[in-house]
Design a protein around this ligand. Structure first.
Ligand SMILES: [Zn+2]
Length: 229
């Protein structure tokens, strides 16, 4: 059972619970590298049950396209005893480097999402008249890290319209439905990895590793008060 907090949504009120972007990364729609249709990037099937969302940054991944049948596999690089995870964020998916299928120009920027659940929480946040933080001051949570332009009341109608367009887009899958914004951006993301975050195959981080962990680990730990590992 995953023990991360979720965002609460009720009657125009959005309660921020500190959910991390990784929590939405279990299903990522991308542009197929072969046919240009809608492919999906998911954790490789058959792995042990997910315990923490942070594991989604390291788990072997599979890209599969129902349109042309291509499949590709991804595994985290290893540095000694560690695995190196990906950095999520931006309009390019970080495992295979594919453009996100769900992206659209909006307010001079690009609005993007991984999947429908991601769109749901973005829409709830943007549409809410009252936005509250649930006492979680995490700097890695998804909602606090949204760009300022998405949070402006003056952009609310435009952003909600763009989210509506992405909802239409998620139902399309043919190569001719590829969004104009979804083009390759070589070198945009790639591996701004988390050196040392990779876990040993054992039951958890060793004390020595925690004592020498850099500040990014402290930020991640702050997302999981009960401990992500
Ligand atoms: Zn394809």
């Amino acid at each position: 059972m995953i023990t991360c907090m979720v965002s609460g949504i009720a009657k125009g009120r959005f309660l921020e619970r500190g959910r991390w972007l990784a929590a939405y990364s279990d299903q990522i729609y991308v542009v197929c590298p072969r046919c240009g249709g809608r492919a999906v990037v998911i954790p490789r099937p058959g792995l042990p049950e997910l315990r923490y969302y942070s594991q989604l940054l390291f788990r072997p991944r599979r890209l599969a396209c129902p349109q042309c049948g291509i499949t590709k596999e991804w595994e985290a690089q290893r540095r000694g005893a560690y695995r190196v995870g990906v950095a999520l964020g931006g309009s390019t998916e970080p495992f295979f480097g594919r453009p996100l299928w769900l992206q659209v120009p909006c307010c001079g920027h690009t609005l993007w999402a991984f999947n429908e659940r991601h769109l749901d929480v973005l829409q709830a946040f943007v549409a809410a008249g009252l936005r509250e933080r649930g006492g979680y001051a995490s700097t890695t949570a998804m909602i606090p890290r949204l760009p300022v332009w998405m949070k402006r009341a003056s952009h609310r109608a435009d952003v909600l319209r763009a989210i509506g367009r992405l909802r239409d887009q998620v139902r399309r899958s043919a190569p001719e439905d590829r969004p104009e914004a979804a083009y390759e951006r070589p070198g945009e993301h790639k591996s701004r990895a988390y050196p040392g975050l990779g876990l040993r195959r054992g039951p958890g981080l060793q004390l020595r590793q925690l004592l020498t962990a850099p500040s990014w680990l402290a930020r991640i730990l702050s997302v999981f008060p009960n401990g992500p590992f």
